[in-house]
Structure formats: C-alpha cells, structure tokens
Design a protein around this ligand. Structure first.
Ligand code: PLP
Length: 405
C-alpha cells in the first residue's frame, strides 16, 4: 500500500468525517506543496487564506523556533511581551483601540459578538444583524450569526438574537433594525459566500446607520484581512472604520491565533472575568504573528497583492471571452473568485490533477487565495493550468477570436 493509502485508511478508522479530504500533503515551500507520493502542486488555496506569506517562510520559522525554546506559554494571569507588542501593532494599523486574543476565527467572532452584547446590555440591546450568505464560524453563536441555513441545520435550537439582511442592500439592513438591535456584522468581502465584495456605498451606509441609531459596526476580517486584498484590512478600501473587527486565518501564517481589534470607544468594555481564553495570545502565537506582520511590511506585500492580483485577475477575465461557462471574475488583490454557470467542483478537481490547488465555493465559484508573495511566473503557470482544465472540462474554447488573440 502507498503511504497515501495508509494515511487515508487511518483517517477512515479514527478521524471524524467532518471533511472530504483528497490529497495527503507532506511539505510546503512558498507557493508550492508536495504530496506523499512526491507530486508538486501550486498552492493557490494557501490553507484558505492562512499562508498569506507562503509555506515555511524563513522569518516565521525562525521566530517560532527561537520562541518555542524560550517561553511557549505563561497563562494570561501574567503579562507577556509579545502579546503587548502585537496588540500595539494591530491597533496602530487600524482602529487605535485595544485587542483581545484567542485561537481561531469563530472564537474571534464570538468575542466581538459578546463584546457588543456586553456594551448593549444595560440598554437591553443584544440583537446582531448579519448578512445572508455570510460565514462567521462553527460555534453555536457564530453558526447562528452565519446567514446560511445549511450551516445551522441539525443543530437547532440556535441561540437567539440573530437576524439576516440582504448583502449590499442597505434598505434591507435598515428594515431589520429594532429596539433590541445592538450591532451590524459584515464581511467586506464574503469569502465562503463566493468572493462577493461589499460595495463602498454599502459599507458607508452601514457606518452611517450605526452612527444614527447608536449601533456597533462589526467586521469579520478572518478571511479578507491581513493584506489579502491589498489593504491591511479589507474594510479600509471603503474609507469607513468599524467599531471592532475579527482576525484569525492569516494572522500567524499557519500558527493558530485569533484576535479582535477595537476602537477607543470599546477599548475598556471587557473587564477582568468577562471573557478569557487559555491559549489566547501566548508568547509563541504572538511571535508567529509579529514575524508575519514584519514580512508583510519588509516585502511590501500590500503592493505585491494588488499588483499580482491585477495580473491574475486580467488572466482570469480572459477566460470569460474564451469559454462559454465562465461568467464572472470578482474580488480584490489576491482574493479572487471565478464564477461558472455550473458546479465548480469538477474544474477544481481537474486543476488539482494538473498540479494547481484552489477551492470550489458557493457551488459555482472557483476561489483563488494564493500567497501574497506568489511570483509572476507562478501566476502564469496557474493560468495555463486553468486554461487546460477549462478546455478539458468544458470542451474546447468557444470563442475563436479570443483564442487567436
Ligand atoms: C474561516 C472563517 C471563519 C471561521 O474561522 P475558524 O478559524 O475556522 O473558526 C469566520 N469567518 C470567516 C469570514 C472565515 O472565512
């Protein structure tokens, strides 16, 4: 039996079947990963926007190695220098308030939902309006905040206090507000929902509504944050600031860490005993995050994401002309989606077979999230594979003009 078969068999016996895995991956470097049988792939999924600076970046490897040998964990009953420095950095890059650290995206969203409820408690307000088609996590409260019934089905009764407005429709949000509403929660670009950017108008509309009605604006930056879209945080391109936002995926470049970052208004809502996490903000996790942020700055990856994103997007857009089943390309920076008029899974499987990893999402969308320091040559290689896979799955190119162009 091959090593791949051995591992698959152990999974089928001992790991709960919450995922539908395919490959056995054993090694990564930059934008490349290797499977157990030695085949190499371009990783344009990057752990779903986790490995924003690529696999095994030497700066993060070194930071983790140095810190793990010095001090791994101390408990939040004590101060640790790395957490202080990371909080300062995140605050200065965004809202100027304070941070709370945890371990995952769901926990970060849970932390900002609880923060909003605590802030509104004395006024009897607790309702959170989130968006249809959103994704905020798999804990009970974040599943309740997620505007997709398929995430909630089978786990009812769901926690109370959540309602869902139409994304990019400010009148819909307005109509959901009642005297119990405390906050509006939004992704500046819906990730799981199919790479759907919020319009600037919608983001400004939510901020204005929140100011008028004394509500909090919450952003979920778990997938679209950490330079992914060419801004540190995706809400920044709209020119508005939320009161608090969540981070996780790309923050530690693969070392688990989650966070919320608030403005000054919410900086002191949490007081001792109100919220906590054993592993939140350990010296080790914060060392990984500080090193990741350092690389984004030193390698100027905000600009790189924008530039490489434009190059990649242009290449993908050419397929709209060339193949009749490719309908639209959406997104900013290196958070891009290519929508088909049919399920995306067969195309994604064909791409993987040809050596390119990406993700099918929202049924018909192929989601691309390559590392931000992906090379131009790797983007070109990926475009060639996508072209070949489209030709294989959807037949030869239909638009001969586009082919000869
Ligand atoms: C992945 C994701 C989450 C959940 O993060 P976990 O670390 O899996 O809990 C929440 N919100 C968004 C937008 C995500 O993409």
């Amino acid at each position: 039996m091959s090593k791949t078969e051995d591992i698959k068999e152990l999974y089928s016996k001992y790991v709960m079947k919450t995922y539908a895995q395919s490959l056995v991956l054993v090694k990564g470097k930059g934008a490349k990963v290797w499977d157990a049988d030695g085949k190499v792939y371009l990783d344009f999924l990057a752990g779903i926007s986790v490995l924003n600076i690529g696999h095994s970046h030497p700066a993060v490897v070194k930071a983790i190695q140095d810190q793990v040998a010095k001090l791994t964990h101390v408990s939040n009953l004590y101060y640790n220098e790395n957490q202080a420095k990371l909080a300062e950095k995140l605050s200065q890059l965004s809202l100027g308030g304070k941070c709370f650290f945890c371990n995952s995206g769901a926990e970060a969203n849970e932390a900002q939902i609880k923060l909003a409820r605590l802030w509104g408690h004395d006024k009897g307000k607790y309702g959170v309006i989130s968006m249809k088609n959103s994704f905020h996590g798999r804990t009970l409260a974040t599943a309740a905040a997620t505007g997709q019934t398929k995430i909630q089905k089978g786990f009812e009764p769901m926690p109370e206090g959540f309602s869902y407005a139409e994304y990019n429709d400010i009148e819909s949000v307005k109509s959901m507000i009642d005297d119990k509403t405390v906050a509006i929660l939004v992704e500046a670009i819906q990730g799981e929902g199919g790479i759907i950017p919020a319009t600037d108008e919608f983001m400004v509309g939510i901020r204005t509504l929140c100011d008028e009605k004394e509500l909090l604006m919450l952003c979920d930056e778990v997938q679209c944050g950490m330079a992914r879209t060419g801004d540190w945080f995706a809400f920044q391109s709209s020119g508005v600031e939320p009161d608090v936002f969540s981070l996780a995926k790309g923050l530690g470049n693969g070392y688990p860490i989650g966070a919320i970052v608030s403005n000054q208004k919410l900086a002191d809502v949490y007081q001792p005993g109100k919220h906590a996490s054993t592993f939140g903000g350990t010296p080790l996790a914060c060392a990984a995050a500080l090193a990741t942020i350092g690389v984004i700055e030193e390698e100027e990856l905000l600009d790189a994401a924008t530039r490489a994103g434009d190059l990649f997007k242009e290449g993908l857009e050419a397929f709209i002309e060339k193949y009749e089943h490719v309908k639209e390309v959406r997104g900013r920076g290196l958070m891009l989606g290519m929508e088909l008029d049919q399920p995306a899974k067969p195309l994604v499987d064909a791409m993987a077979e040809m050596g390119l990893l990406a993700l099918a999402t929202a049924d018909k969308v192929v989601r691309f999230l390559p590392p931000l320091n992906v090379k131009d040559g790797e983007i070109e290689e990926a475009l060639d594979i996508i072209d070949d896979a489209l030709a294989e799955i959807h037949g030869v190119a239909v638009n001969q003009e586009a082919v000869s162009a």
